[in-house]
Design a protein around this ligand. Structure first.
Ligand code: NDP
Length: 457
């Protein structure tokens, strides 16, 4: 039973000690505290809020090893990636500590002569974050950093398989010296999220997760007339044009597919390759995928660890199997590893029908589909033939061509000659069924602010 806070170590299949859930009274008290905390926090000087963000970044850096091991244990992230995630979370805090004055400054807009008119950016109140297990620290800090520095207070409902990460994150803000109630973790399962979203004390909600979760959370927020940001799945195209650097494209492509053991919303999932370079790219790409080290996530040098939960690995395998039944060819991988834990190998499929799972669904594991196309136009057509639109990557030595193709791709972001990645300096989010709204950068901090017009005659 995965609901509730029963956890399994994905590297071994052994049960970890359950973490106690919060009951209705705990949640009620946390919401009262958040409401009270907002009164004073929103009135606290920006310099003080910025200082506390920097303190939180220091706490993260001091406790990197502890937090990295925790992620590895709860969701199986390879240890080096886990350390990098703690550092990136600290970067997110530092970014908003540094740029908040600029992002939150009044925006003056000239109107009638003799009048003063401007936009003032003001916090809304307690914001609920429903977060996933795949980047258990980063996803939370990329929500918390902009919101807390802007004067909102944070409530976290983390995924049920990472409750210790959730409590550790709360402890970071405590240790940094944030006033009580400014950031609280609610240890509750998804079946109890709706009552929190609908509670009058909660003013907005952000979710990163699956499409069904997005529809549920966005639906409830909509009914309550509360703003929401939804960052859902992706089926990102990785377009290799006929003039691409194939060695780089194959090596970065393999990383882009298998990053975080394949469990990333912005992982490259559909490889769209020009026919002139198809054979060579495929050969190089399969070799790169086969060279990755699959193993114990606590081992230094492991590239691909276990899938985070048994049901998630089973789903990836079902998607691969159904695609093969529909006519796809397995170039490498394709079967769960015969060992304890939930290990799935880097897998490459060709001849994938577009309506087979690997052609049209989000595949949250290290399995890639490689498609052959006749032209640039056909590449763009295939890239856009998806209900999802999160990220994309385009490979070409002609940078103008790269930019041109980037503008034609339907997604929230496109990277030319690089894998899609999130960066606190750049907005991040999707279109179509990948969700709406933006996180990070100036755009992200404004998601949950009152953009108040002030006119002074
Ligand atoms: P979920 O979307 O179920 O989980 C993400 C978060 O949403 C968790 O905190 C979860 O809580 C919560 N949640 C789920 N359903 C609801 C609901 N109806 N109302 C409120 N909150 C809800 O993802 P899974 O872990 O089940 O993964 C399934 C698939 O989702 C993956 O295979 C992948 O395709 C996609 N996914 C995408 C992510 C991304 O980064 N965009 C991240 C994670 C998953 P709880 O854990 O308590 O159920």
């Amino acid at each position: 039973e995965r609901r509730g806070m029963h956890r399994i170590d994905p590297a071994t299949g052994d049960a970890l000690e359950p973490v106690a859930e919060h009951d209705a009274e705990d949640v009620d008290a946390a919401l009262d505290e958040a409401t009270a905390a907002f009164e004073s926090w929103s009135d606290t000087r920006l310099e003080e809020r910025r200082r506390l963000l920097t303190e939180a970044a220091d706490v993260l850096r001091d406790r990197t090893e502890e937090f990295a091991r925790l992620m590895t244990r709860e969701m199986g992230k390879p240890i080096e990636g886990a350390r990098a995630e703690v550092e990136k979370s600290a970067w997110g805090l530092d970014h908003y500590a540094e740029h908040a004055p600029e992002y939150l400054a009044d925006e003056h807009i000239g109107t009638e002569a003799g009048t003063k008119s401007f936009v003032s950016y003001e916090p809304l109140g307690p914001v609920l974050a429903v977060m996933p297990w795949n980047y258990p620290f980063w996803q939370v800090f990329r929500f918390a950093a902009p919101n807390l520095v802007a004067g909102n207070v944070g409530l976290l409902k983390h995924a049920s398989n990472v409750p210790e990460c959730a409590l550790a994150i709360e402890s970071v803000f405590e240790e940094a010296g944030f006033p009580e109630g400014v950031f609280r973790t609610l240890v509750v399962g998804s079946e109890r999220a709706e009552e929190v979203i609908r509670d009058d004390r909660v003013r907005a909600v952000t979710l990163t997760g699956s499409e069904p979760a997005g529809r549920a959370v966005g639906g409830a927020a909509g009914e309550e007339l509360k703003p929401s940001v939804l960052e859902l799945g992706g089926s990102d195209p990785f377009v290799v044009l006929d003039d691409a650097d194939l060695a780089a494209a194959a090596s970065v492509g393999a990383s882009a597919r298998t990053l975080n053991s394949g469990q990333s919303c912005i992982a490259a999932k559909r490889f769209v390759v020009h026919t002139d370079v198809y054979d060579e790219f495929l050969e190089r790409f399969v070799a790169e995928m086969e060279s990755l080290v699959v193993g114990d996530p606590t081992d230094e040098g492991t590239d691909v660890g276990p899938q985070a939960r048994e049901d998630l690995m089973a789903e990836v395998h079902e998607q691969v199997t159904a695609s093969v039944e529909a006519g796809a060819t397995v170039e490498t991988g394709g079967e769960p590893l015969d060992r304890d834990g939930f290990f799935y190998p880097p897998t490459v499929l060709t001849d994938v029908p577009r309506d087979a799972p690997l052609g049209c669904e989000e595949v949250f594991g290290p399995a890639a589909a490689v498609f052959e196309v006749e032209s640039e136009a056909a590449a763009v057509e295939l890239a856009n033939d998806s209900d999802l639109g999160l990220g994309a990557s385009v490979w070409t030595e002609d940078l103008e061509r790269g930019e041109r193709v980037a503008r034609r791709i339907e997604s929230g972001g496109v990277f030319v000659n690089e894998l899609t990645k999130s960066d606190p300096r750049l907005p991040f989010g999707g279109i179509k069924d990948s969700g709406y709204g933006r996180e990070l950068a100036r755009q992200g901090i404004r998601a949950f602010l009152n953009e108040k017009t002030v006119w002074v005659q």
